[in-house]
Design a protein around this ligand. Structure first.
Ligand SMILES: [Zn+2]
Length: 279
């Protein structure tokens, strides 16, 4: 009680000298769900510099920047800001731990569980193309806009699920699956430039990767038809393709992915529109 009264008194004193008060107030704003596997958006005064865990990240002319927590990250991120007046501020943010679902699917054809040896070379090339799209560090500023869900449907798979296929533990599911009829249009969730668009990736099928800038990309898998090509600029809501079941898919759905560079994130945590219903 005494501490609270002292705090209120101090606040009142600072309010009387607003200029002095600003020095004590944070100049580093962070927004997001702060969970494992989520994107964090940051805002500082224009011209400030930011390092995440000791690595500089781009800050837009408006003062926006982004970073992500890995899906299994247990350590905090250290965000260090250096403002134009050479003052500094450091923030240590511990990601909130998530409990991921376990999804067991049995009776799948073996091609869903292991890669046949004859596709390994092809797969290596595809993985390199996808990694290159995720590595882009472009200066577009669309990353700081929240996403609209790209398709209407039913959520049939969540981010981070531990998949056990035919009894074999697979890599976690790094995206959100939205089941919808084949041919359902897929809309860009925010403005972007198309980083990669190809109709026939071995696992992803018809794949489009959208670059929103500063390492933030979103991915669209298993499309039956694509309406954009690499280098195109798209506006929010523009149809980029159609839902399908190309690549490794057991039924028509959109697998929607989000990355900060190579770190895979949960796009559902960065959406501004309500999520579709769960299956
Ligand atoms: Zn999926």
């Amino acid at each position: 009680m005494i501490a609270r009264r002292a705090f209120l008194a101090a606040s009142a004193a600072l309010a009387a000298f607003p200029r002095a008060a600003f020095a004590a107030v944070s100049r580093l704003a962070l927004t997001g769900s702060f969970e494992q596997g989520s994107l964090v958006l940051g805002k500082v005064d224009a011209g400030s510099r930011i390092a995440i865990d000791g690595t500089m990240v781009d800050v837009s002319p408006a003062g926006d920047f982004a970073f992500g927590f890995a899906y299994d990250q247990k350590k905090p991120c250290v965000i260090a800001a250096r403002f134009t007046d050479e003052t500094r501020e450091t923030r240590i943010v511990q990601p909130v731990a998530r409990q991921y679902e376990i999804q067991r699917i049995t009776g799948l054809p073996e091609k869903f569980v292991t890669l046949p040896p004859e596709v390994l070379e092809r797969r290596k090339r595809e993985v390199a193309m996808i990694a290159a799209a995720h590595a882009r560090d472009s200066d577009m500023e669309w990353f700081s806009e929240k996403f609209d869900w790209p398709v209407a449907g039913i959520i049939s798979g969540t981010f981070g699920s531990q998949r056990i296929l035919n009894g074999k533990a697979m890599a976690p599911h790094f995206g959100v699956d939205i089941a919808a009829r084949a041919g359902t249009p897929i809309a860009a969730p925010a403005p972007a430039r198309v980083a990669l668009a190809g109709p026939d990736f071995y696992l992803e099928g018809g794949l489009t990767i959208l670059d929103h800038g500063h390492g933030v990309t979103t991915s669209y898998l298993h499309q039956s038809r694509q309406a954009v090509k690499a280098g195109d600029n798209v506006v929010r809501g523009q149809v980029i393709g159609e839902v399908g079941m190309t690549g490794r898919a057991t039924g028509p759905h959109l697998h929607w992915g989000l990355n900060w560079f190579q770190i895979r994130l949960d796009p559902s945590r960065s959406a501004r529109t309500p999520a579709p219903a769960r299956a």
